[in-house]
Design a protein around this ligand. Structure first.
Ligand code: SF4
Length: 286
C-alpha cells in the first residue's frame, strides 16, 4: 500500500473544512475568532487550519486562543502545555484560565458532587469560554467539535429527551443573546479518525492521553458503539449527521405527502417504499 502523502492529505482536509466554512457562512470579514484550545488534536487542528485560512483566504479575520485548565490532576497539565506551545508556534494571542482561579475549585473537587465529572466540566468550561470570548470582543467562538462529537452529542440529547440541546446542533449557532458568543464548528464533517491521522502525519505537538473521567460518561459508551457500527457499515456516522441535519431543518409545512402511483397510499415520493420493496422481492422470487 502506498504511504499517505501528508501534503495531499492536508489539502483534502482543508478543502472539506473550507466547504463547511463557506457553505454555512461560519466566518465573516473582520471577525475576531476565539478558539477554544484544549491541546487535544481536534482543537489544535482547528487552530492550525483557521490560522492558515486567516493568512490565505480573502476574508480578513483575527484569532485568539483560550485554554481552560479545569484542574484534572495528572491529565490536564500536559494538554495546557500543548495548547500553549501550539499558540506560541503560530504566533497567536493566547489566554489561559483555570477553574481554580476563576471559580475557586478544581474539577477534581467539584466532581465529587456529581454522578460524572463531565457534568460540571462541560457547564463551567462553556461558561468560562463564553465569558472570556465576550470580554475579548470576539464575534465567534470556534470549537474543535468533529463529526463523531456531533453525532454523539445528538444521540445523548436524544437519549435524555433534551430537546433544547438540539438547537446547538449544526456548525454554526446564531447570536441569541448579546452576551452569547455564537459557536462555530469548522471540523463539523471531519471524522475523529482523520483528525488523528492529520496529527500523526504532521507530527504536531498534541495531548493524546484520555481524560481519567471519560470512561464513566455516556459519551464514551456511545463513542464505542458508534465506532463499532462504523466499522461494520462505513459511512454510518456521516449519514446520521445528514439525517439529523435534514430532520431538524425540516419545517412541518415542508413535509409534503403524495399518493403512490402504484397503490395510492400516502408517500413522500411517487412510488412508496412498500411498493418499491414489493417489486424487488417479487422480482427475486420469480
Ligand atoms: Fe471534562 Fe468529561 Fe471531557 Fe474529562 S471527559 S475533559 S471530565 S468533559
Amino acid at each position: 500500500m502506498k504511504p499517505l502523502d501528508h501534503r495531499n492529505f492536508n489539502l483534502e482536509l482543508e478543502k472539506r473544512v473550507r466547504k463547511v466554512i463557506n457553505d454555512y457562512g461560519l466566518i465573516d470579514d473582520g471577525d475576531k475568532i476565539a478558539v477554544a484550545l484544549s491541546g487535544g488534536k481536534d482543537s489544535v487542528l482547528t487552530l492550525h487550519i483557521l490560522d492558515k485560512l486567516s493568512r490565505e483566504s480573502n476574508i480578513n479575520f483575527e484569532l485568539v486562543a483560550i485554554a481552560i485548565d479545569e484542574g484534572i490532576k495528572g491529565y490536564r497539565e500536559d494538554g495546557i502545555t500543548s495548547a500553549r506551545n501550539n499558540a506560541l508556534k503560530l504566533g497567536i494571542d493566547y489566554i489561559e484560565l483555570s477553574f481554580e482561579d476563576e471559580l475557586g475549585f478544581t474539577l477534581d473537587q467539584a466532581s465529587k458532587f456529581y454522578k460524572t465529572a463531565c457534568i460540571p466540566c462541560g457547564v463551567f468550561r462553556r461558561f468560562l469560554l463564553n465569558r472570556t470570548a465576550h470580554k475579548l470582543g470576539s464575534d465567534k467562538l470556534a470549537t474543535g467539535h468533529n463529526l463523531d462529537d456531533e453525532v454523539q452529542s445528538f444521540l445523548m440529547s436524544f437519549a435524555r429527551a433534551d430537546v433544547r440541546r438540539f438547537a446547538k446542533f449544526g456548525p454554526k449557532q446564531e447570536r441569541i443573546h448579546p452576551k452569547m458568543v455564537p459557536r462555530i464548528k469548522p471540523l463539523w464533517t471531519i471524522p475523529e479518525k482523520e483528525v488523528g491521522i492529520w496529527a500523526v502525519l504532521n507530527e504536531v505537538d498534541i495531548h493524546l492521553a484520555e481524560c481519567p473521567y471519560a470512561q464513566k460518561s455516556l459519551r464514551s459508551r456511545l463513542k464505542n458503539y458508534l465506532n463499532h457500527l462504523e466499522e461494520e457499515r462505513p459511512g454510518t456516522k456521516i449519514k446520521m449527521l445528514e439525517f439529523f441535519q435534514k430532520s431538524l431543518k425540516m419545517d412541518k409545512k415542508e413535509v409534503k405527502l403524495y399518493e403512490c402511483q402504484l397503490c395510492g397510499e400516502p408517500s413522500s415520493v411517487s412510488i412508496c417504499k412498500a411498493c418499491e420493496m414489493w417489486g424487488i422481492i417479487k422480482k427475486g422470487m420469480d
